[in-house]
Design a protein around this ligand. Structure first.
Ligand code: PMP
Length: 332
C-alpha cells in the first residue's frame, strides 16, 4: 500500500534548478533551490514546520492553541498554512511597510493580521515585541522565529541533506541571505559536517548588518538601504550566531533586480528580490574563485507577492531602479 501524507508532509524536497545562462557566463554550475514551490510558497515553510513540530513535541504548543508571530510575511504564511493542517489558528503581526499582497494573502489564508508601524528592534513597538506580548496576554504560542533555533534545525535536517543528495556531494559552496539566519546557519552546519571544505557565503543587502558582522565582527549598518523584503538583519539572532560563514558580500538592489528579470525572461523562473540577492552572491563567488565550482543558493519565494512593487515599472522608476539592464552588466 502506498502511504500518502497531508500538506505538512510535503514541505521541502524542492527541485534544484540549474540557472543556465548564469552558469554559462561564469563557467560554474549555479543552482537554485526552488523554495517558491513549497506549499506556502517560500523557504519559510521549513522554519514554520520545524517550529510547530518542535513545539508540539515539547508540549509548548497545545492542540488547538493559537500561534502568534511577528513576521515580514512569509513565516506568517507558512505558520498559517501548516497551522491549518495541524488545527492551529494564527495571529500575524506585520510591519505595514511590507508589500500589500502579503497582507491580503495572509487574510485570505485565514490569519488574523495586525499591521503595525515599522519600528527598530530596540523600540518596544517593534513587531516582534508586540507578538511576544500578545502571546503572554492571551496564552498563545509565540513562534519567535529569530531566536527559536528549531528554525535553524529545520534547515539542518531538510535543506542541508537535500542539497547534499541532489548534488551527489559535489557542492562546493552555499550562498544565502539572512532574515533570521535559519537557512544560512542550518544548511551550513549540515554541509560542513559532510564536507568541511564547503564554503558558506552570506549575501547581504545594503543597510543590513550581516556583512559587517561576518567580515569585521561588528553590526554597524549605517550605509545605504534596500527594498528587499524578508531579509536585511540588523542584529545577531540566536539562529545566526553560530554560523561558520567563510565570506560575505553586499549585493545592491539594481544587481538583484537585473538577475530577477533575467531569470524571469530567459529561464522561466519568477522570484522575489531576496532570490536576486542570493544569486548575486553566487555570481560574485563564481567571479572571485573562478570556473568549475558547483554553487548552490536559494530561490526564496515567488514574485507574485511583489507585483505592485518589484514588477511595477513606475514604482521602480520612483526608487531609481531599471528593470531592463543587460545581465552582462553584473559580470563586468
Ligand atoms: N527571503 C525571503 C523572501 C524571506 O521572507 C526570508 C525570511 N524572512 C528570507 C529570504 C531569509 O530566510 P531566513 O529567515 O532563513 O534567514
Amino acid at each position: 500500500m502506498p502511504t500518502y501524507r497531508g500538506v505538512d508532509g510535503h514541505i521541502g524536497n524542492t527541485p534544484l534548478i540549474r540557472l543556465n545562462k548564469l552558469s554559462e557566463l561564469t563557467g560554474c554550475e549555479i543552482l537554485g533551490k526552488a523554495e517558491y514551490m513549497n506549499p506556502g510558497g517560500s523557504v519559510k515553510d521549513r522554519a514554520a514546520w520545524g517550529i510547530i513540530t518542535d513545539a508540539e513535541e515539547k508540549g509548548l504548543l497545545k492542540p488547538g492553541q493559537t500561534i502568534v508571530e511577528g513576521t515580514a510575511g512569509n513565516t506568517g504564511i507558512g505558520l498559517t498554512v501548516i497551522g491549518a493542517a495541524r488545527g492551529h489558528k494564527s495571529v500575524i503581526v506585520i510591519p505595514e511597510t511590507q508589500a500589500p499582497e502579503k497582507i491580503l494573502l495572509l487574510r485570505t489564508l485565514g490569519a488574523e493580521v495586525r499591521p503595525v508601524p515599522a519600528k527598530p528592534y530596540k523600540d518596544p513597538g517593534n513587531y516582534n515585541h508586540i507578538a511576544r506580548r500578545l502571546a503572554e496576554e492571551n496564552d498563545w504560542f509565540w513562534a519567535n522565529q529569530f531566536d527559536n533555533t528549531a528554525n535553524r534545525q529545520a534547515h539542518y535536517v531538510t535543506t542541508g541533506p537535500e542539497i547534499w543528495q541532489q548534488t551527489e556531494g559535489t557542492v562546493d559552496a552555499f550562498v544565502a541571505s539572512v532574515g533570521t539566519g535559519g537557512t544560512l546557519a542550518g544548511t551550513t552546519q549540515y554541509l560542513k559536517e559532510k564536507k568541511p571544505g564547503v564554503l558558506s557565503v552570506c549575501a547581504d543587502p545594503y543597510g543590513a548588518a550581516m556583512w559587517s558582522w561576518f567580515t569585521q565582527g561588528n553590526t554597524d549598518t549605517d550605509d545605504g538601504d534596500s527594498i528587499a523584503e524578508g531579509i536585511g538583519q540588523g542584529r545577531v539572532t540566536k539562529n545566526v550566531e553560530a554560523a561558520a560563514v567563510d565570506a560575505a558580500y553586499r549585493i545592491d538592489d539594481q544587481t538583484a533586480l537585473t538577475i530577477v528579470n533575467q531569470l524571469l525572461r530567459e529561464e522561466g523562473i519568477f522570484v522575489g528580490l531576496s532570490s536576486g540577492i542570493n544569486v548575486g552572491g553566487a555570481v560574485r563567488l563564481a567571479k572571485e574563485r573562478g570556473p568549475g565550482q558547483t554553487i548552490v543558493t536559494i530561490l526564496c519565494d515567488s514574485g507574485h507577492k511583489y507585483q505592485s512593487k518589484l514588477f511595477n515599472h513606475a514604482w521602480l522608476a520612483e526608487n531609481g531602479l531599471d528593470p531592463n539592464r543587460a545581465i552582462e552588466s553584473i559580470l563586468a
